[in-house]
Write a protein that binds this ligand. Sequence first.
Ligand code: PLP
Length: 451
Amino acid sequence: SEIQELIELDKKHYLHPTTVPKLFQEKGPKIIFQEGKGIRVTDVKGDTYIDGVSMLWNVNLGHGNEELAKAAYDQLSTIAYSSSFYSYSNPNAVRLAQKVVSVAPGDLCAIFYTSGGSESNDTAFKLARFYWNLKGRQTKKKIISITRSYHGATVSAGSATGIEAFHNFAGSRDIDIINARGHVTNCELGDKTDSNYEGCIRDTIEKVGAENIAAVILEPIQGAGGVHVSPDGYLKAVKDLCKANEILLIADEVICGFGRTGQWFGVDNWDVVPDIMSVAKGITSGYAQLGGVLVNKEIRDTLNEHDQILGHGFTYSGHPTACAVALKNLEIIERDNLIGNAKNMELVLKNGFDYLANKHKHFAKPRAIGLLAGFDLQADPDTDTPFEQSIRAAAFVVEHCFNNKLILRAADFEEGKNIVAIAPPLIINKEEVEEIISIVDDALTAFEKTL
Ligand code: PLP
């Protein structure tokens, strides 16, 4: 059959991201997507699934949005692509820059376009180093990132990624990137008497020397590392620490940006203004490949004061079609109040989590901020005791949900960690959130029977 042919060709010619190629040869693709509408996607066999994580946390408007398709079509048939090198420009890139800056926090005032999140973070690191160079501070090169962060897959962004599993493939590292051991969930900024002090951001700054550090990069809410929400006060404390040490703060808003957390940006949940902000994913809801890096007025002014070339750029920087899609996407987010919807659906999710917590004794640490949500599975939540390594609780639950036509995501990179992530499209309604909870409920019941 055609499906069988696709499977065989896939195995033969297609190397997939984050797969074990050897296993892929045995099993083939898990699902071959064919089409989508709203929060649902249908595969080539005709089975329909709820997309409970918006694919890769990016399809915020849901699937099959015809307004976005039309925006792309209109631009493709006018002029699909034009360059933004050599001072060339295009109306969509300009209008989008104005729009993004208008919703961005504080004095972030200009954007550099990329084609995705990894490129955005690499660009952010280069811009931070370039800025200090222009300031005559050539030694300020190092970038600090933290444990369980995910910043992308290019050499620098991959080096900043604090999930060890992603380092195996690296080959080599950006030697000016330091993965601080500290983590948002364990007293990152603690004082010297705290057992976690060793390796936290402050300790790293003291050891490496602020004169050698260009920037600290953080996700306001860590996504791939397991949906870890920054504790209240944490981002502000990091910002103050950076400021006191003349270090730039880069917020990686690749997942959090554009309404995912019930605010325009993740940092808005704590009113913190970073110096640099990386965006991608939700800027187009995944309908086109686009990312960007926003910089504050001080950085913008410093660039403007010098006559040095900004020697960096991508063929698809400011891609007119991608920017057309982004403009329409942001227009719809505002028009349909999807940020408000994310906030309202957070409450529905939390109600569901309360129900699950009462019913299932291994359900632990539920969290939701807007529609970025997750929970842990633990042997004993009361004593914070993980399952032993052989019990792959998150993988089981995600697989069970998949078999019941709900796509979720497990974060179980670390020994004993069993986290399930939920991040549906921002267009989801109450009944659909409840449908997700009900499928998870069944999966948890099934999991308990295996113990
Ligand atoms: N930063 C964060 C927080 C991400 O979640 C991701 C991707 O998942 C990236 C950066 C990398 O983005 P991309 O895969 O578009 O290069």
